[in-house]
Design a protein around this ligand. Structure first.
Ligand code: GLC
Length: 689
């Protein structure tokens, strides 16, 4: 049951798609106080709190405080309150009950989850205006499903986007890109995408291509595509201010940029230096900006990643001018501690943050009219609307087709338009575990198409970290290796153990029938592909505490090794499971383990996969080097059958949007005696062993 409450004068954010009647206040469960608007409820001992999407710390959010304030933040350490997304939904789960709360407001919302007082949860809405949805249900999955029904179906990417992708900030030319393709293909290593970071553009201008370094993007895209590799360019939020650059000139002429307090186009700076921000909260600007993606689509591009759309601001012109005006005061002086700090602060807060967000304005659509709104009031909607601009344009530019789209910044609702990646993590072991934890939190708020920069974005990776991270990444829908300019090279073929990487990649393609099927079923039924153990093993107190294992789909559990030099790890099994040690496509060993605690040796070239009793995992041969060459019609099974297991497999052409066909499903049934029945279009046989 969902009840909707009004506080103050809420804005329509576009998060909710299923209208609800308003319920009268007071709302149950929560005590409400004003100035600032705060909703509080007791947190009983043992209660866990899940959700809040993209953020630091565990799947159970209890014990810390968080803030919804989309931020370009490359240091994902435990002291942070926000990352790039604003996902104001959480659920409180005790052994007796589960309820969820969604606070729909695009300004700063603060969540104190047992931080100030361990027995109290409170949510503070800075603006005082919000739609608040209280969702009661039987289980975590039930509450989550109701929430997702409210906010709409999750984005579905093309099937090739479930293949492996290689990225790096620093690929500068066609030669660089061809060398990466060759690096993988010459070693028969799978690859479905190469990402273009900002250097493909001409002076960081959106929708341009540097003709000196990429003389014929269309030919390059076509060549690579013939070999099963898609090129995926980045698009940044800021549009470079440059006379003669048509995108800039169109935006100015048509009045489609954000403005400052005087009504002039607002000047900030990002990669290209000075930019204007397209006012994507205004439908006209959204339409204009979205259609620009067509320029690259005409050159054969079928996927994009949207970046710097919190929006990230290096400096605003106003802040920079003010800092330079004051810096003279410090010249030639003997600076004591306080004066030194003042000097440092002068240049430290020129961009991202409240110092800039009150300097610009949007024409936001509200009730069919345009309303001038200051940015800080609606900050968290910017990234979502940039992605929406692209997604709405794709509907026209490529009708009936799926286009890959994922973004850095997001708000709830953005999950309908694209996926997100987990931002600028680091090559740290702790960030491998955070990748796992965020999968669960993001699924809960609707972002199914997600993954982290495998191997880590910032800092130098190590071969063993990359091996362990790829061993986890083969399960995440977005499987992309990406790293920052100046860091150690991270392409898998460059490492001494490249053959092990090749084998790990083959496992991804082997598992794709299951991964794709679980993804699609989660998207089509508002389900959760990744879940904390506690969701399926309610009442198991130990399961509640597990933060480094995760359930994947209906059949499997993952327990990756997240520690350097470890040759194995402890695993908690809430019930008897079959441990499958995967080595490469078609090669694995099996062992049945009783419920309880185990120490599992895991070599660097192995991937442990735990199968639940009476469950199946359909698999392909895994011998292809890209999704389009994998045979999804002749499948086999990983299985753990005590009595009888059934699996409903989803598959489709991976390109069109025609999801609701009965013919997409194949029912597979296997009993303990080995009798297999298959009803549907695919052929499934038992592996020869
Ligand atoms: C941002 C993105 C990162 C990208 C870089 C350069 O930091 O998060 O993925 O490589 O910008 O475009």
């Amino acid at each position: 049951m969902i009840c909707k409450y009004r506080f103050g004068t809420p804005l329509e954010t576009g998060a909710v798609v299923a209208p609800r009647p308003e319920s009268p206040l007071p709302m149950p469960r929560f005590t409400v106080t004003e100035d600032p608007l705060t909703l509080s409820c007791p947190l009983p001992e043992g209660a866990a709190v899940y959700g809040l999407g993209e953020n630091v710390r565990g799947m159970n959010k209890r014990g810390w405080h968080y803030e919804s304030q989309c931020t370009d933040i490359p240091h994902h350490s435990e002291d942070k309150l926000s990352l790039y997304g604003a996902h104001n939904f959480f659920l409180v789960s005790t052994e007796e009950e589960v309820f969820g709360l969604f606070v729909d407001d695009p300004g700063v919302v603060h969540f104190d989850i047992g931080y100030t007082r361990s027995d109290l949860l409170s949510v503070t809405v800075k603006s005082g205006d919000a739609w608040v949805y209280l969702i009661e249900g039987e289980t975590e999955a039930d509450v989550a499903r109701q929430f997702r029904g409210l906010v709409g179906r999750s984005y579905i990417p093309p099937k090739w986007a479930f293949g492996y992708g290689q990225s790096r900030w620093g690929y500068r030319s066609e030669e660089d890109i061809r060398a990466v393709a060759e690096g993988y293909r010459s070693r028969r290593m799978a690859l479905d995408a190469i990402y273009l970071d900002i250097d493909y553009m001409e002076r960081f201008k959106d929708f341009t291509v540097n003709r000196e370094t990429f003389p014929d993007l269309k030919a390059l895209a076509a060549d690579l595509k013939r070999d099963g590799i898609h090129l995926v360019p980045i698009i940044d939020a800021g549009v470079k201010i440059e006379t003669g650059y048509d995108v800039y000139e169109q935006g100015v002429e048509q009045g489609l940029f954000c403005t400052d307090e005087r009504g002039e186009n607002f000047i900030a700076a990002v990669w290209p230096g000075q930019v204007h921000f397209p006012d994507v909260l205004n439908p006209a600007a959204r339409r204009w900006f979205g259609r620009l993606y067509g320029r690259l689509m005409e050159q054969g591009i079928e996927g994009f990643w949207n970046d710097m759309n919190e929006p990230a601001i290096f400096y605003t012109q106003k802040n920079l001018d003010a800092a330079f005006a004051r810096v003279e005061d410090f010249k030639g002086r003997n600076l004591n501690l306080h004066r030194y700090w003042e000097l440092k602060a002068l240049f430290n807060y020129l961009g991202d943050g409240p110092n800039s967000y009150h300097q610009f304005f949007h024409q936001m659509e509200q009730d069919g009219k345009l309303l001038r709104v200051r940015h800080d009031r609606v900050h968290n909607l910017y990234g979502m609307n940039m992605t929406r601009a692209a997604s709405e344009a794709f509907d026209e530019l490529a009708p009936g087709k799926r286009v890959l789209m994922f973004s850095r910044a997001s708000y709830i609702g953005a999950h309908r338009y694209g996926g997100i990646w987990q931002g600028d993590n680091k090559s740290w072991w702790s960030h491998l575990q955070m990748n796992l934890q965020m999968m669960a939190s993001l699924n809960l708020v609707g972002f199914l198409y997600t993954g982290a920069d495998l191997g880590g974005f910032g800092c130098d990776t190590t071969e063993d970290l990359l091996l362990r991270w790829i061993a986890f990444g083969i399960f995440t829908p977005l499987m992309r290796n990406h790293c920052a300019l100046g860091t150690r090279e991270q392409e898998l073929y460059r490492y001494p153990r490249w053959e092990t990487f090749r084998d790990l990649l083959s496992l991804r393609y082997m598992l794709l029938p299951y991964l794709y099927s679980e993804y699609m079923k989660a998207a089509l039924t508002d389900g959760l592909m990744f879940r904390p153990l506690a969701f399926d093993y309610r009442g198991d107190a130990r399961a509640r505490e597990v933060e480094d294992q995760i359930l994947l789909g209906e059949s499997a559990m993952l327990a990756p090794v997240c520690q350097q030099n470890a040759t194995g790890r402890h695993v908690y099994l809430p019930e008897e499971m079959k441990l499958i040690r995967l080595r490469r496509a078609g090669e694995w060993t099996e062992e049945i383990l009783p419920a309880g605690d185990h120490y599992i040796p895991v070599a660097l070239d192995e991937v442990p996969l735990f199968l639940r009793p009476d469950r199946l995992v359909p698999i392909a041969a895994g011998d292809a080097d890209c999704v389009m060459r994998e045979d999804f019609d002749h499948l086999s099974l990983l299985s753990f059958v005590r009595t009888e297991a059934e699996y409903l497999l989803y598959d489709d052409d991976g390109e069109s949007r025609d999801y609701n066909q009965q013919s997409h499903y194949t029912a597979i049934r296997l009993n303990a005696g080995g009798a297999l029945t298959v009803a549907g279009s695919q052929t499934v046989t038992l592996p020869e062993r």
